[in-house]
Write a protein that binds this ligand. Sequence first.
Ligand SMILES: Nc1ncnc2c1ncn2[C@@H]1O[C@H](COP(=O)(O)OP(=O)(O)OP(=O)(O)O)[C@@H](O)[C@H]1O
Ligand SMILES: [Mg+2]
Length: 272
Amino acid sequence: MYTLAVMNQKGGVGKTAVTINLGAALAEKGYRVLLVDLDPQGHLTEACGVPETTAPATLAKTLLADADKLTTEDVRLLLTPWRDRVDVIATNIDAFLLERELYRMRGVEWRLQRVLEHVESLDVYDACVIDCPPSLGVLTDNALVAAGQALVPVQSEDSALRALRLLLEQVATMQAELRVQIDLLGMVVNLFDKRRGQIVTSTLETLRTMSLPILGVVADRTAIREAWRAGLPVVEYAPDSPSAVTFRELAATLIEGGQPADAEAAAAGAGQ
Ligand SMILES: Nc1ncnc2c1ncn2[C@@H]1O[C@H](COP(=O)(O)OP(=O)(O)OP(=O)(O)O)[C@@H](O)[C@H]1O
Ligand SMILES: [Mg+2]
């Protein structure tokens, strides 16, 4: 199962929008996709309009359960169908206490990995995309350990650079401490608005000098907000829109092994 964490401790950069729309674009290409809402805010659960998980089968309870006693049937209860070839592991209000409770336990960073091993054994998904909360805490660590690779949505603004440096440092520390390999595949520059002029284009230039490649540039588009509000991925809500095309291209880029996009051309296209 191709598993990917969508992470950035900075809030509002588009982690949830990228998770949903990239997941749906992968599904359109024939992948059977699972989206995981690992953010206690529950934005993905809400945006997809799927019911919150209910006791006893909540994601939070499953992550806190004794991993050795967890069964595949327990994990199956968490799966909610959403669109064609896209299912969701939703969250619920329990998740707000999850992070604090996890800190008190052992082996906390491996909890999601154990859950996804059960998902894998069902053999019903080809890809899994995990929406992380806006923090570099134990939940994001779980997503990184489980996925082993991550995509980083960023906005083309000055504060993105500082946030990105912190993220790179933190991931390096975590890799060393936990002795795991995390492959940061690259950035997705989101909410790009060329009309804001030189500030965003010069920040994009600086982002290009960072050690992470830019894998896609997603314009700030009404279609993405409208699709979110309609509870649909943009490839379904507005299949011919530039936004749908962008997410299909991003999905293709990842499938092909993450070749960096031509950021300049992508930004020019995103501004159309
Ligand atoms: N490319 C885009 N064009 C227009 N609106 C967008 C785009 N990307 C995201 N949005 C909107 O911007 C808002 C923030 O996006 P999103 O919730 O995906 O960010 P996030 O990083 O997940 O936030 P948080 O850190 O709170 O989890 C949402 O309302 C979303 O619909
Ligand atoms: Mg989010």
